[in-house]
Write a protein that binds this ligand. Structure first.
Ligand SMILES: C[S@@+](CC[C@H](N)C(=O)[O-])C[C@H]1O[C@@H](n2cnc3c(N)ncnc32)[C@H](O)[C@@H]1O
Length: 225
């Protein structure tokens, strides 16, 4: 079966878009369950407005899209279904205002400036605003390997290194060095953390301590039987 986003992209004769082609499978894998629903999607990075058109077509008329960009020219893409906010994604005050205005975000896609401090500030301010069954996605995370964006292989401040530490949070209940009473908001709300080439995707779902169960009958009583 075809991918509706890739099909839309390949037949795009509207505003300019530039996408790594493998992103469409990743988008569809994580976003398909929101199609046709009255969701709120926040996209950091509007550029020529191409992706806003793609999301409208993909999610349908009940979705509210919120585009965020530094460049005031993005305001021309505002419409009945689309709000545009002008601001800097590394400005935590601006991000908190965004969060107050949209307290429930179902899908957040960070396709903004792609610098480490931008991706990390946006994640730290907006992850908790994503609904308990929502998705937080950061794209173009290959910039974590590029010094001009503040990255470099295993550079301590890169977004990829930051996200690797989130993997520890995801497993928080099994970390014996951590106090059992302290589980971070991430540990309690992140269901999965997926690394793809150039994309990090986090699916949310409320979490409590994992529980193991035994079912079935014993097959033997000792290892040497
Ligand atoms: C890759 S483009 C977005 C492409 C768009 N999502 C699409 O697929 O058509 C990145 C956009 O992020 C914006 N941007 C760069 N730095 C930013 C920042 N610090 N805060 C908000 N937007 C920023 C740029 O102005 C540019 O329009």
């Amino acid at each position: 079966m075809g991918n509706p986003l890739a099909d839309w992209f390949l037949t795009n004769r509207g505003p300019l878009m530039n996408k790594w082609f493998h992103y469409f499978d990743i988008y569809d894998r994580h976003f398909a369950r929101f199609r046709g629903r009255d969701i709120v999607m926040v996209e950091i990075g509007v550029y020529h407005g191409g992706s806003l058109g793609m999301w409208q077509s993909y999610f349908g008329p009940d979705a509210k899209l919120v585009g965020v960009d530094l460049n005031p020219r993005a305001l021309k893409f505002a419409g009945a279904q689309v709000d545009i906010l002008i601001g800097d994604q590394s400005d935590r005050g601006f991000l908190r205002e965004l969060r107050a205005r949209y307290p429930r975000i179902d899908v957040l896609l960070d396709d903004g400036g792609h610098a480490m401090h931008q991706q990390i500030a946006t994640f730290e301010e907006l992850f908790d605003a994503v609904a308990e069954d929502g998705v937080y996605m950061v794209e173009d995370t290959h910039t974590s390997y590029w010094p001009e964006f503040g990255g470099g292989l295993r550079a301590p401040g890169s977004f990829i290194e930051y996200a690797k530490r989130l993997a520890d949070e995801l497993n928080a209940w099994h970390v014996r060095e951590w106090a059992t009473t302290e589980r971070s908001a991430f540990a309690r709300s992140a269901w999965s953390l997926a690394f793809y080439d150039s994309i990090v995707a986090i699916e949310k779902r409320p979490k409590t301590a994992p529980a193991a169960r035994l079912t079935g009958k014993l097959s033997f009583l000792a290892l040497d039987e």
